[in-house]
Design a protein around this ligand. Structure first.
Ligand code: PEP
Ligand code: MG
Length: 609
C-alpha cells in the first residue's frame, strides 16, 4: 500500500512513554516508492522454529560442521553490521559497538559453543536444538545467580546470539508477522525473499531493514507488493522499541523514528500526494502504449506472487513478461507436484484472458534459498561459498531433470488455457539451451502419449540474457532460442562484479555503466540477427527515466512490476523514437554513468514540457 498512514494525529508515541524521545533520522536505499507512517513491529522478536531434534551417532561430525558453518555466517553478519557503524554519530556508535562485540565474542571459544558441541555429541541432538537448549540453560543460570541488570542483559545477549545461530542453521524465514498490528512498519536486520513473500500488504504499511540493496530479490518482492520500503539502513535497530512511531519514506530513502510534529505533518502531506499521483496515473490504464510518433510498445508486468494479479489487471499491462516461479517452491516443506503447478499456472493464464504469460522455470540459487529443495535433497544443504556463481538457474534444472521436467509438463498442460512462453534463467552457453530444448520436446512427447493435446509448434522456448557470457554470444544463442528476455539485474551484477543485494557497494551497482549498455546493445543486435523478439524484464525497465534510452537502443517490449507500468507508459507516450535515438547515440559516446544519468534527466525534463 503506497502512501499508508497508520499514525495517529498528534500522538507519535505509544501511551505511557513519558517524555518524547528525540527524533532519529536514518538514511538508506529507497527500495519501493511511497510513504508509510506506523508503529514499529520488529520481526526478530519470536524465536525461530526448530523442527529437527534428534540425530544418529554417525551424524555427529556433520552436525558439528553445520554448527561451524552457522558460526562463520553469524560472525560475518555481525562483522558487517559492526563495520557499518562508522556512518552513525559517535554516541550511537559508542552504544551499539560494545553490544556487537559481545555477540562476536560469543562466536569465538565461548561457553555457549562448547556447550552446544557437547550436547550434539552426548545427547545426539541436532545443532539447532543443541544451541537453543544451551543458550536457554546459560541464560537461566545467569538470571538465577543474580537479579541485577547486568546478569539480565547478559542472559538476553546469550539468547539473542542463540537465535541468530538457529536462524542461520535452519535458514528459516522469520515468519513472525502474525503479531503485527494493522498499519505497522516492519523493521528487521534483514529480510530474505521468502520472508518478504509472506508479508500481507493489507496489514504491513512499510518496511525498513539494516541489510539489503536496491535490486535484490527482497526489494523486488516489496515493490511487487507495493509496500514503501527503505533497505540498507545502518543503525536502524539500535535502541529501537516496539511500538515507536516510524516514518518510512521509500522515495528519498529515509526512516524517521519518533518523528517530531513537523516531520509527521510533512509525512502526512507526502502520503496524500502519493495517493493523488496514483490516481492520476491510474487514468492512463486504458490509453495505448504508443510513442508520440506512433510506435507501439509492448508493456507487460512481472509477477512474483499470485496476490499481484489484481494489481496487474489494474495496471493496464498487456500480459506477463516474467512470471518468477520461485514463489511456488518457497515457504513449504515439499516440492510442488505437476498437478499443483499446472493449477497455479492455469489460474494465472486464465486471469490474463488471452494475453501472453511468460513463465520462467525455477531460478534457484544466489539469495533465493528454498527449504523444500533442501528437504528433497535436490540442492546441497551447505551454501556454496559464492552462491551467485554456483549452482544457479538452468544449471540446477539440468542437474535435476526430474524437477525441470515436472515444471515443463505443468506449463505445457496449463498452456492449453491460453498463450504461454517458457523462459530459461541464467543461461551462459549454447549447450544449455540445446539440452533444455531436447528435454522440453521429450516432455511434450510424453504428454502427447498421455493423451494431452499440445499445439504445434510448441509454446516458444526463450532465454534470459542476464550473464555477460550470454550477452556477448547473443548472436549464437539467438540461433537456438526463440526469444530473449534481458535480465538487467543480474547482467549488471555480473558485468560489474557487484552484488545486487549488497548495500556496501550499492553505489557501484549501476545499470547505466557503459559496459552494461554495450552488453544490452549486443543482445539486441544478436536477437535482430535471427529475427527473434527481445524484451527487457530487469528493474531497468521499470525506471521511466531510462525508457527513452531503452527505446533508443531499439527495445519495444518491457516488463515491469505492476506499479511501474503506468509511469513507464507515460514516459513512452511523452517521447518520439527519433528523439530517443538521438539521445541514445549521444549517450553511447559517454564514458561516465553520472554524465549519462544527467543526459537522461535533462531529456526527461525537456520532454515533460
Ligand atoms: C534479472 O536478473 O534482471 C531478472 C529479471 O531476474 P531476477 O531478478 O529474478 O534474477
Ligand atoms: Mg536474474
Amino acid at each position: 500500500m503506497n502512501g499508508t498512514d497508520a499514525g495517529q494525529p498528534g500522538r507519535p508515541l505509544p501511551p505511557g512513554c513519558g517524555d518524547q524521545p528525540p527524533e532519529r533520522r536514518l538514511f538508506g536505499i529507497a527500495a519501493c516508492a511511497g510513504v508509510a507512517i506506523g508503529p514499529v513491529f520488529r520481526t526478530t522478536e519470536s524465536p525461530p522454529q526448530v523442527t529437527r531434534h534428534k540425530i544418529h551417532a554417525a551424524d555427529i561430525q556433520a552436525e558439528g560442521a553445520r554448527l561451524d558453518a552457522a558460526v562463520l555466517q553469524s560472525r560475518k553478519q555481525l562483522m558487517k553490521l559492526r563495520g557499518r557503524l562508522v556512518v552513525l554519530p559517535e554516541e550511537s556508535q559508542g552504544e551499539i559497538a560494545p553490544l556487537l562485540d559481545a555477540y562476536i565474542q560469543m562466536l569465538g571459544p565461548s561457553r555457549l559453543l562448547r556447550g552446544a558441541r557437547k550436547r550434539i555429541e552426548d545427547r545426539l541432538v541436532s545443532a539447532e536444538t543443541a544451541v537453543m537448549e544451551e543458550a536457554n540453560a546459560i541464560s537461566a543460570t545467569l538470571t538465577a545467580a543474580s537479579d541485577d541488570g547486568t546478569a539480565a542483559r547478559q542472559a538476553d545477549e546469550v539468547r539473542e546470539i542463540g537465535r541468530r545461530l538457529v536462524r542461520n542453521l535452519t535458514r528459516a524465514p522469520f515468519r513472525s508477522f502474525a503479531g503485527a498490528v494493522q498499519g505497522a512498519v516492519l523493521i528487521a536486520e534483514g529480510l530474505r525473499p521468502s520472508d518478504a513473500a509472506l508479508i500481507d500488504p493489507a496489514r504491513i504499511a512499510g518496511v525498513a531493514t539494516e541489510e539489503g540493496g536496491t535490486d535484490g530479490h527482497t526489494a523486488i518482492l516489496l515493490r511487487a507488493l507495493g509496500i514503501p520500503a527503505v533497505l540498507g539502513v545502518p543503525g536502524l535497530l539500535a535502541d529501537l522499541r516496539a511500538g515507536t512511531t516510524a516514518v518510512v519514506d521509500g522515495v528519498v530513502g529515509t526512516v524517521i523514528l519518533n518523528p517530531s510534529g513537523t516531520s509527521l505533518s510533512g509525512a502526512r502531506r507526502a502520503v496524500a500526494s502519493f495517493a493523488r499521483d496514483r490516481q492520476r496515473l491510474g487514468r492512463l490504464r486504458r490509453l495505448a502504449c504508443v510513442t508520440l510518433d506512433g510506435e507501439a510498445v509492448s508493456l507487460q508486468a512481472n509477477l512474483e506472487l499470485p496476490v499481484e494479479l489484481p494489481m496487474i489487471a489494474q495496471s493496464g499491462a498487456n500480459g506477463i513478461g516474467l512470471l518468477r516461479s520461485e514463489f511456488l517452491f518457497m515457504n513449504r516443506d515439499t516440492v510442488p507436484t505437476e498437478d499443483e503447478q499446472a493449477r497455479t499456472y492455469r489460474n494465472v493464464i486464465e486471469t490474463m484472458a488471452g494475453d501472453t504469460v511468460t513463465i520462467r522455470v525455477l531460478d534457484w540459487g544466489g539469495e533465493k534459498e528454498i527449504e523444500a529443495l533442501v528437504n528433497a535433497g535436490l540442492v546441497p544443504e551447505l551454501v556454496d561459498s559464492n552462491p551467485a556463481l554456483g549452482l544457479r538457474g538452468i544449471r540446477l534444472l539440468l542437474r535435476q531433470p526430474e524437477l525441470f521436467e515436472t515444471q515443463l509438463a505443468a506449463i505445457l498442460r496449463a498452456g492449453q488455457a491460453g498463450p504461454v512462453r517458457v523462459l530459461l534463467p541464467m543461461v551462459t552457453n549454447v549447450a544449455e539451451v540445446r539440452t533444455a530444448k531436447a528435454i522440453y520436446h521429450r516432455v511434450a512427447d510424453r504428454l502427447r502419449e498421455r493423451g494431452v493435446t499440445l499445439p504445434a509448434p510448441l509454446p516458444p522456448l526463450g532465454i534470459m540474457v542476464e550473464t555477460p557470457g550470454a550477452a556477448l554470444c547473443a548472436d549464437m544463442l539467438a540461433a537456438e532460442a526463440e526469444f530473449f528476455a534481458i535480465g538487467t539485474n543480474d547482467l549488471c551484477m555480473y558485468a560489474l562484479a557487484v552484488d545486487r543485494g549488497e548495500m556496501e557497494v550499492a553505489e557501484l551497482y549501476d545499470s547505466l555503466h557503459p559496459g552494461v549498455l554495450r552488453l544490452i546493445q549486443m543482445t539486441i543486435s544478436g536477437a535482430a540477427s535471427h529475427r527473434i523478439p527481445v524484451s527487457v524484464c530487469g528493474e531497468m525497465a521499470a525506471n521511466p527515466d531510462m525508457t527513452p534510452l531503452l527505446l533508443g537502443l531499439g527495445l519495444r517490449s518491457f516488463s515491469t512490476n505492476a506499479s511501474a507500468v503506468p509511469r513507464v507508459k507515460q514516459a513512452v507516450r511523452g517521447t518520439t523514437i527519433d528523439d530517443c535515438q538521438r539521445l541514445t547515440a549521444r549517450i553511447l559516446k559517454q564514458s561516465d554513468a553520472e554524465q549519462i544519468r544527467e543526459s537522461l534527466a535533462t531529456f526527461g525534463h525537456s520532454s515533460a514540457h
